[in-house]
Design a protein around this ligand. Structure first.
Ligand SMILES: Nc1ncnc2c1ncn2[C@@H]1O[C@H](COP(=O)(O)OP(=O)(O)O)[C@@H](O)[C@H]1O
Ligand SMILES: [Mg+2]
Length: 292
């Protein structure tokens, strides 16, 4: 299981939308053959609520923290398979805001999630982790559980602060990396809510490039009312295969699949997926031409 956390200290930048869109896109690209686990570490449960399928769990992610002996499978349920093929969800819980208190007296605080996920390491191909926008023990756990991280930043002047915060957080957790595991790989930064071209927009990008350098991905998620509309309709954005926002998220998903493949966690499975993704790209082009 390759675990990716979507993280940025700023709220409203599109972390949750990114998690949902990637989970849907991995499912569509693989025709449900990739088995994914969505881990909602935000007490608002914005990413586990819209994926609701046959939710019938005795436990939630809160219980996973509360009881280290609990079998994590008791808190996992299948998402709506029409919208999110192959996806399972570790049930979110609004009591997650109490996790800091819960762990206050424990000697090991930051690696509870990492240890719990180990039990299902061989049952899923990937995990995608949504995070809150505050520096809580929960956020540290999400980062410590991950093999890699990706940072969405909003297209504005202070955008880069969210990325610098993540870098600092990873430095602060240096004890964990020395003792338990290598530090997570930086998969890059991408702009969200990008508006049509303008002079200011170009300047923001130049400033970001100076700080982030080659980690600034060429993928830009456009600003679109479709993001809100799809949520109201209870649909994932990836439902529409040709809308610019879905195409951008598909490009991000394909970039991540390549990094999964290069880590060779799935070997032949990822390679097969790459071939299928190429075919789907051709189909999408055809559909777009027919719509014009
Ligand atoms: N690319 C986008 N275009 C338009 N609205 C967006 C876009 N991305 C996110 N939003 C909207 O912005 C709000 C915050 O997004 P969300 O994904 O919940 O951010 P976060 O998880 O970082 O707090 C939501 O109402 C969402 O629908
Ligand atoms: Mg969110």
């Amino acid at each position: 299981m390759y675990k990716v956390v979507v993280v940025c200290i700023k709220g409203g930048v599109g972390k949750t939308l990114t998690v949902l869109s990637l989970a849907a896109e991995f499912g569509i690209l693989s025709k449900g053959r990739l088995k994914g686990l969505l881990v909602d570490c935000d007490p608002t449960c914005n990413s586990s609520n819209p994926t609701i399928g046959a939710k019938d769990t005795d436990a939630t992610i809160y219980d996973v923290y509360k009881n280290p002996d609990l079998d994590i499978r008791e808190a996992i349920y299948p998402a709506d398979q029409d919208q999110y093929p192959g996806l399972y969800v570790l049930a979110g819980d609004s009591r997650m805001s109490e996790v800091d208190e819960l762990l206050a007296r424990r000697a090991i605080k930051e690696t509870v999630l990492h240890r719990a996920l180990k039990a299902v390491e061989h049952e899923f191909d990937y995990a995608i982790i949504d995070t809150p926008a505050s520096k809580t023990t929960m956020l540290k756990n999400a980062v410590c559980a991950s093999d890699a991280y990706i940072v969405p930043i909003e297209h504005d002047i202070q955008a880069i602060d969210g990325y610098l915060f993540v870098q600092n957080l990873i430095d602060e957790l240096s004890d964990v990396w020395v003792e338990l595991r290598p530090k997570p790989k930086n998969l890059g930064v991408f702009f969200t809510k990008v508006e049509p071209k303008g002079n200011a927009i170009q300047r923001i990008e130049e400033m970001a490039k100076k700080e982030v350098k080659e980690k600034l991905l060429p993928i830009k998620i456009p600003k679109s009312i479709h993001a809100k509309e799809a949520r109201i309709d209870g649909l994932s954005l990836q439902h529409d295969r040709v809308h610019p926002i879905s195409v951008a998220y598909s490009a991000l998903a394909q970039y991540l699949l390549k990094t999964f493949e290069s880590n060779d966690r799935g070997g032949e499975k990822w390679k097969k997926l790459q071939r299928e993704t190429g075919l789907q790209q051709k189909e999408r082009k055809k559909e777009k031409q027919m719509r014009l």
